[in-house]
Design a protein around this ligand. Structure first.
Ligand SMILES: [Zn+2]
Length: 290
C-alpha cells in the first residue's frame, strides 16, 4: 500500500493540462437512440466523466448522479476542479465502491457523509468501515454477488464477481494506518432508466464466468481495467472482450495512473485489432454522452 501510494504520488502532476479539458463526444449508442426517438433523447443521454483510475461520475438519463470508486484527493489524475472541492462533483445520489483498496474506496466515506448518500459496496467491506467508525451505519448498504439493489427510481445495480482482493487500510484515532479485511471485491452491472447497461468491472483478473455475466446481463458498455500488475493488462482485457464479453462498446480504465499500472491504451487498441467492437478511449476529466 505504501509503495503504491508513493508511486501514485510520484507521477501526480504530469497531466494537469489534460485534466482541464472536458470534451463532449457523442457515441453510437446515443446516436442510435436519438435516431429512433427525437432530440429529447440526446438531452437526456447518459453522461460519463472519467475521474481517473476506476472513478466515474455518471449523470443518468433521469438526471441522477452516480459516482463509482471516487479516488479524489489522492488520485494522481483527478480532474483539478474536484481535487480540493468535493461539492464541485454535484449532489451525489448514489455512491458505488467495488472494493476496499485506497484507489477505489478513496474518499467515498467522506462523500457519503457530505451528501448524506448511502455507500453501496461489498457486504464485508461496508461492515468493517462501519465498525471502525469510518462510515455511519445508516450510510452503508451491504450487498453481494448476484444481489440486485434498486437505490433510485428506475435504476438497478447488481453486484457481480471480480477476481481481485480487498484490504482496507484506514487511519486509527491517532492517524496511524491500520489494515482490515475488506471481504471480496465486486463489479457492478448498472442499469439506467432507459435500459442502458454499464458493466463496471472493478479491479479484476481474467475468469471464464465473464462470458456468463455478459450472456446473462447483456451490458452495452463495459468499463474494463487494462493497466496490468494488479489487474488484467491490455492483452488479457482484449481477450476477454473479444472472446467472452462481446459488448457494443468497451471503455478502458485503471491505467495511466502510476508506474504500477503500465498497460496503455495503444497496447489495448493493438490487441483489439480486427474486432468491430467500439473502443471508447477517454482522458481523465473528459465527459462523453452515451
Ligand atoms: Zn485498483
Amino acid at each position: 500500500m505504501n509503495s503504491f501510494k508513493k508511486a501514485s504520488l510520484s507521477c501526480g502532476l504530469s497531466l494537469i493540462a489534460l485534466l482541464s479539458s472536458a470534451v463532449v463526444v457523442s457515441t453510437s449508442w446515443a446516436q442510435a437512440t436519438a435516431s429512433k426517438t427525437d432530440t429529447a433523447s440526446v438531452r437526456t443521454a447518459t453522461q460519463i466523466e472519467w475521474l481517473g483510475q476506476a472513478g466515474f461520475r455518471i449523470t443518468t438519463p433521469g438526471g441522477k448522479l452516480i459516482v463509482v470508486d471516487p479516488w479524489i484527493k489522492g488520485g494522481p489524475k483527478t480532474p483539478a476542479k474536484y481535487k480540493n472541492d468535493f461539492a464541485a462533483l454535484g449532489k451525489i445520489d448514489l455512491l458505488l465502491v467495488s472494493h476496499g483498496h485506497g484507489d477505489h474506496l478513496g474518499d467515498a466515506p467522506d462523500l457519503a457523509k457530505l451528501n448524506k448518500t448511502k455507500l453501496y459496496g461489498p457486504a464485508d467491506m461496508v461492515t468493517p468501515l462501519i465498525m471502525i467508525g469510518a462510515l455511519p451505519a445508516d450510510l452503508g448498504h451491504r450487498f453481494n454477488k448476484s444481489g440486485t439493489v434498486k437505490p433510485l427510481e428506475g435504476i438497478k445495480v447488481t453486484a457481480v464477481r471480480a477476481d481481485h482482493s480487498s484490504l482496507i487500510v484506514w487511519p486509527d484515532a491517532q492517524g496511524k494506518p491500520v489494515s482490515h479485511a475488506g471481504g471480496e471485491p465486486i463489479g457492478f452491472i448498472i442499469e439506467l432508466e432507459n435500459g442502458f447497461k454499464i458493466w463496471h468491472m472493478g479491479d479484476t483478473g481474467l475468469f471464464t464466468d465473464m462470458a456468463f455475466i455478459a450472456q446473462y446481463y447483456k451490458p452495452d458498455l463495459v468499463m474494463i481495467p487494462i493497466g496490468g500488475n494488479f489487474t488484467m493488462g491490455p492483452e488479457e482485457a482484449a481477450y476477454a472482450i473479444k472472446t467472452w464479453i462481446k459488448p457494443k462498446m468497451v471503455l478502458p480504465m485503471h491505467y495511466n495512473s502510476n508506474p504500477l499500472t503500465p498497460g496503455t491504451l495503444a497496447e489495448f487498441q493493438a490487441a483489439m485489432k480486427g474486432s468491430d467492437i467500439k473502443i471508447v478511449p477517454m482522458t481523465e476529466g473528459q465527459t462523453l454522452n452515451f
